[in-house]
Design a protein around this ligand. Structure first.
Ligand code: NAG
Length: 370
């Protein structure tokens, strides 16, 4: 079938370019009609973030764009401060400040907008959307991202701390700043607060890892504080009736992160990814590790090669596990027809789905050895 189309296109291209481009535009419509997909539209989100899924569903079911639905879903979580790990008032950094990471991706055009370490502005996903819609850039960070967001009409500067986040921070200070994200420093990061510096006798960085690494050069995700009460991310995917896909992510990152840390949230292909031709993916977990593998890019590319959503998700998790057996993380995968699955490591994962033909959002549970 594919080769037949290719042949037709080659012949058409040789006769008239104009005609060829018309044929190309018709192809997706033909596919959608033939498959008459009963699962679309569909919304999928990490974790039992049911309110976020409902908000996104209401937009896309009402005929709104997948991008608008992604913004509605992430914004709902930012307002509700889902799990304390999305939006303001959570995950204070070493200075007690909450900063936000967010990203939105258009699977039709592959446009991406993102913000990292956003300060003083609560609407992270809206800021990401502004980067996508009104600039040629992909990612803005820090103070400059905040200035951009406010200049484009978002509320701010706002205090992103709450009594709750300040309490988390002061408890952490009172317990010698444990856990934290340092290694190979003095004083010993395993028992003392900073400021830290490089050990003066350190001659070789690799030797230092063993000599000054407090006997545990590689810490597990859970030792760094990633766990079930620190889910850290909403990643959401929306596919409309016509098969147009958008994906997005919003998070306040890792609790007690070193100021300036940006995780996987605003990195396309890490926290989420979408391509109308194939499908999409959302991820959550130890972002510092996961972003090294672009797991969502991997999932979409694996599905492009013919893997099922389940195998693609499992494969992406396995690739990380091979190098970091104890990492904590999870992925959901969805193909362009709305078939979905998930995989995880180090914790039990849940994701929420609302699709055509369902009366309400449903929560799916994935075990690490599924
Ligand atoms: C921000 O809010 C927190 C929590 O209510 C408060 O402790 C802190 O002083 C506020 N910061 C500023 C600059 O107002």
């Amino acid at each position: 079938m594919a080769s037949a189309w290719y042949l037709v296109l080659v012949i058409i291209t040789q006769s008239t370019i104009c005609f060829a481009s018309v044929s190309l535009e018709l192809a997706p419509t033909r596919v959608a009609e033939e498959e008459g997909n009963k699962k679309l539209p569909i919304v999928i989100s990490t974790w039992p973030f049911v309110e976020a899924v409902k908000a996104a569903w209401n937009i896309v079911d009402g005929g709104g764009s997948p991008l608008d639905a992604v913004v509605a879903g992430c914004s709902a979580c930012e307002r509700l401060r889902c799990d304390g790990s999305v939006g303001y008032g959570g995950s204070p950094d070493e200075n007690g400040e909450t900063t936000l990471d967010a990203m939105i991706m258009d699977g039709t055009t592959m446009d991406v907008g993102a913000v990292g370490a956003l300060r003083y502005v609560k609407d992270a996903i809206r800021a990401a959307r502004l980067v996508m819609d009104h600039t040629e850039h992909t990612l803005l960070v820090g103070d400059q991202a905040s200035k951009f967001a406010i200049s484009m009409g978002l509320a701010g500067p706002a205090n992103l701390s709450t009594d709750e986040s300040m309490n988390i921070w002061s408890t952490w200070r009172a317990t010698e700043c444990q856990p934290n994200f340092w290694r190979n420093v003095v004083p010993d990061q395993g028992s003392c607060c900073g400021p830290y510096e490089i050990h003066s006798q350190q001659v070789h960085p690799f030797r230092a890892l063993h000599e000054y690494g407090n006997g545990r050069p590689v810490r597990t995700s859970s030792e760094k504080g990633f766990g079930l009460k620190n889910h850290d991310t909403i990643s959401i995917v929306v596919i409309n009736k016509l098969g147009k896909i958008a994906a997005g992510t919003s998070t306040n990152g890792a609790t007690h992160k070193i100021p300036g840390r940006v995780g996987d949230g605003p990195i396309a292909g890490a926290s989420s990814y979408a391509d109308d031709d194939v499908g999409a993916c959302g991820a959550t977990g130890d972002g510092d590790i996961m972003m090294r593998f672009l797991p969502c890019y991997q999932v979409v590319e694996s599905m492009r090669q013919g893997l099922s959503p389940k195998d693609a998700a499992g494969n992406a998790i396995d690739r990380i596990k091979r190098k970091y057996p104890l990492f904590v993380g999870a992925i959901f995968a969805v193909n362009r027809h709305g078939d979905h699955s998930g995989a995880c490591n180090g914790w039990t994962f849940q994701y929420t789905v609302r699709g055509s033909g369902m009366d309400e959002p449903q929560i799916f549970t994935i075990q690490p050895d599924d």
